[in-house]
Design a protein around this ligand. Structure first.
Ligand code: DGL
Length: 272
């Protein structure tokens, strides 16, 4: 048993969808959430920058006694997973959001086509294509970058006519014809799951990474025997690298309740 918190990070507050799912699956666990709002969005940043940001954040979480690290961002999972694993002590497990979803998809679909949408960074890395087609060579993975969606959601634009028409326009691309499932390859997208389902008229499965990842976190903690089995109330901390009232307000979108954000200026040598 280990009562230390889980460290969860994302480029901003979108990864709170993963934190929420972890809270549901592992209600005894405490966590520290870090949103790198000073560098948001990661989707357009270079892989080198994403690796540097992610390593520093993972180190900060380890300094604060986190017993496991969850990279709750697809873009950071695509570019920085390996370097994060190397930059922290080897006994601390690192869970990314891509591998559990790739494993789920490869196991649930024998052959045919599946689609994936995400940021430019995630899609250009071809991480989902590589991972899924390696696990199941009979599956073809088609991917499209949907860069407008994350900022649209952050501004509270979802479940309305404008968001539906942007989503419809992205999903109408002919390359997605005949897909049997669509992976929401960005931690912001659980918020638009209903609209994506509406586009496909509930005919295909929309794979939302939050619950699949939360289950993977639970499996890893169990396997490593570091679950928190104490009866004490868990503690949650929400840190960001650049505080604004608007970020704090938007937390309610992703966590179903407004959270108190604490600013941690960890990028001391850099101009914000
Ligand atoms: N939450 C990030 C992801 O899952 C997307 C937002 C961003 O571009 O920073 O990739």
């Amino acid at each position: 048993m280990n009562t230390n918190p889980i460290g969860i990070f994302d480029s901003g507050i979108g990864g709170l969808t993963v934190a929420k799912a972890i809270q549901k699956v592992l209600p005894n666990e405490s966590f520290i959430y870090f949103g790198d709002t000073a560098h948001l969005p990661y989707g357009d940043k270079s892989p080198d920058s994403i690796r540097a940001y992610s390593n520093r954040i993972a180190e900060l979480l380890v300094e604060n006694k986190c017993k496991a690290i969850v990279i709750a961002c697809n873009t950071a999972s695509a570019h920085a997973y390996k370097t994060v694993v190397k930059s922290i002590p080897s006994h601390i497990p690192v869970i990314n959001v891509v591998d559990p979803v790739a494993a789920y998809t490869a196991a649930h679909y024998q052959k045919g086509k599946v689609g994936v949408i995400g940021t430019k960074g995630t899609i250009q890395s071809r991480i989902y294509v590589k991972r899924i087609e390696k696990l199941n060579p009979n599956l073809k993975v088609l991917s499209n970058a949907t860069p407008l969606l994350a900022s649209m959601i952050e501004e509270g634009y979802y479940n309305n006519k404008i968001s539906q028409s942007i989503i419809d326009s992205y999903l109408s691309k002919s390359s997605f014809k005949g897909i049997e499932a669509l992976i929401l390859g960005c931690t912001h997208y659980p918020l638009i799951k209903k609209e994506v389902e509406k586009f496909y008229q509930q005919k295909i499965e929309i794979i939302d990474s939050a619950s699949v990842v939360a289950q993977a976190v639970s499996d890893v903690l169990k396997k490593k025997d570091i679950l928190n089995t104490s009866k004490r109330k868990p503690k949650y901390s929400f840190w960001v690298s650049d505080y604004t009232e608007s970020f704090e307000k938007s937390t309610a979108i992703f966590f179903n309740q407004k959270l108190k954000l604490v600013e941690k200026r960890i990028w001391k040598d850099e101009r914000y």
